[in-house]
Design a protein around this ligand. Structure first.
Ligand code: ZN
Length: 236
């Protein structure tokens, strides 16, 4: 039996549209973890293992890791206990193949069908936003800095914030190209489900209010959905 208030949210949208910010806000409001695949992969890249080194070289080039590797990382994360009432996915799935894997995974984990939010933002606004973005190397906190300000520090632990290599302008444009190449097929895959196009050119507060309203609207249908008995497959 599915927990009464399980929710799975998927954020689609280009880098810089505010997926991470919205994921964090929803995580707090709904009490379920926000899972950023970017963050999971960065942790792997810093781990120094052979797998980590492979992830690191792929990320530094602005390309995306393989579906199989990504699926493996996500399946491991979603199987943990803190995801038993659902989770919020930021950065996954990125391809239809990953979306199909996720569909089977959610079923296997007895989690509901996802609510999908596709955040839209014009490319010039994305480049402007991302080039202001800095991250705390200590806690992973994301900040947007003002131009010409003193070296910004983390509000939580005082660490000097750094620009991620993949937020450099040339890499941003490459990431947008990669995103464009696969995003249409993924949007088409989800369009007939609990799928919403959301304008990201508004304040984070305004946007999250709308997202929570949409989740509340969908929830009864998602909970009431009758599913066939679980079939545990060996696809993971
Ligand atoms: Zn910090």
């Amino acid at each position: 039996m599915m927990p009464e208030c399980s929710t799975v949210v998927i954020f689609l949208g280009p880098p810089g549209a505010g997926k991470g910010t919205q994921a964090a806000r929803l995580s707090e409001a709904l009490g379920i973890p926000a899972i950023s695949t970017g963050e999971i992969l960065r942790q792997a890249a810093q781990s120094g293992t052979e797998l980590g080194k492979a992830v690191q070289s792929v990320m530094a080039s602005g390309q995306l890791v393989s579906d199989d590797l990504m699926n493996e990382v996500v399946a491991d994360r979603l199987s943990r206990r803190d995801c038993r009432h659902g989770c919020i996915l930021d950065g996954y799935p990125r391809t239809v193949s990953q979306a199909r894997f996720l569909e089977a995974l959610l079923d296997r984990l007895n989690l509901p069908e996802p609510v999908i939010f596709n955040l839209n933002l014009a490319p010039e606004k994305i480049v402007a936003r991302l080039s202001r973005r800095r991250q705390c190397p200590q806690c992973g906190g994301i900040y947007s800095i003002k131009p010409y300000s003193a070296p910004p520090r983390c509000e939580r632990d005082g660490s000097v914030l750094v620009q991620r290599p993949d937020d450099a302008p040339a890499t941003i444009r490459q990431r947008l190209e990669v995103y464009r190449a696969t995003s249409e097929a993924l949007a088409d895959f989800y369009r007939t489900r609990n799928y919403y196009e959301i304008s990201a050119a508004r304040t984070p507060k305004h946007i999250s209010k709308e997202l929570l309203r949409l989740i509340a609207t969908r929830r009864p249908a998602a909970v009431a959905a009758v599913r066939p008995p679980l079939q545990v497959s060996a696809t993971a």
